[in-house]
Design a protein around this ligand. Structure first.
Ligand SMILES: N[C@@H](CCC[C@H](N)C(=O)O)C(=O)O
Length: 283
């Protein structure tokens, strides 16, 4: 069966943080919140943690001014339809897509995001490294979950994080519910990471993502986790290997920036049914 009229899509993931990639080279795709929610729904749609629209920055009205209009822009949406400034796994999958689709020829190139330009390097083994920029610590805070308080650090990676280093048993956490956070410090919501050191320079992490729920990985979250783990060890630079339920990534924190390295997988693709797409539009 061929679905020849609806939008084209590719499904991909980075350490099982999964995305639907929608190419929109002319900036003409009418992508509503309802489309995003339906696409990401694991029963009535394709299923994903988020949607990545591939569009020239010049066709995105809210693209930051310092992003060149000709650069490919990652228009990221969470599964609930909300916009986010940045997605670390998403940008790595996005980069892999650009290369495989022949939209870029180099292995190192800039990607536009709502948090600004991110430089990405794709590796021959299918992995990629993204320069996430400097992580900005903007306070100490706490998450409350399961009647327990977890001290954490607020980290800005373009999007907001609360990374809580803990000795708690991560497997015992029920992240079906969102942890409570300080709405004053995080007026637009927050991604919450629970981070447990396991070996020197290695941590485990579970995450509850704003606009999604628990995911099997969060790239910006792993960077926040590494920053918090280094801080807990009295360091501000260094490497941390981060194990998440969906795999393993490497985070390097320098004086000036942070680098996230990990696998990026394209699973397959096709066309959405035009009738389904139209029917979803309204609700
Ligand atoms: N999974 C992403 C983060 C996606 C955005 C996040 N849910 C937010 O709302 O800030 C990642 O890999 O960084």
């Amino acid at each position: 069966m061929r679905f020849s009229e609806g939008p084209e899509f590719t499904k991909g993931h980075g350490t099982q943080n999964d995305f639907i990639v929608l190419p929109d080279p002319d900036g003409e795709l009418e992508l509503t919140d309802a489309h995003v929610r339906a696409l990401c729904d694991r029963r009535r749609g394709l299923g994903a943690d988020g949607v990545l629209r591939v569009v020239p920055a010049g066709a995105v009205p809210d693209a930051p001014d310092d992003v060149d209009p000709d650069v490919w822009f990652m228009d990221y949406r969470n599964a609930d339809g909300s916009l986010a400034e940045m997605c670390g796994n998403g940008v790595r999958v996005f980069a892999r897509y650009l290369v495989e689709a022949g939209l870029v020829e180099q292995s190192e190139f800039p990607v536009g995001t709502r948090a600004g330009i991110r430089s990405v390097r794709t590796h021959p083994d299918g992995g990629s490294t993204v320069d996430m920029g400097a992580a900005r610590i903007f306070g100490d805070s706490a998450a409350t979950h399961g009647g327990r308080e977890f001290a954490g650090v607020a980290v800005d990676l373009g999007n907001p994080h609360l990374a809580c280093v803990t000795e708690a048993d991560l497997d015992a956490l029920d992240l079906a519910e969102a942890p409570e956070h300080d709405g004053g410090l995080f007026p637009n919501g927050v991604n919450v990471e629970f981070v447990r050191p396991t070996e020197p320079q290695r941590v485990r992490m579970r995450v509850h993502e704003r606009g999604v729920g628990e995911t099997r990985s969060c790239g910006t979250g792993t960077v926040a986790a590494a920053v918090a783990a280094l801080r807990a060890d009295g360091e501000s630079t260094g490497r941390r290997i981060v194990d998440i339920p969906g795999g393993t990534v490497q985070v390097d924190v320098t004086e000036t920036t942070t680098l996230l390295t990990g696998p990026a997988v394209l699973v397959g693709g096709g066309r959405l049914d035009a009738g389904w797409w139209r029917q979803v539009e309204g609700g």
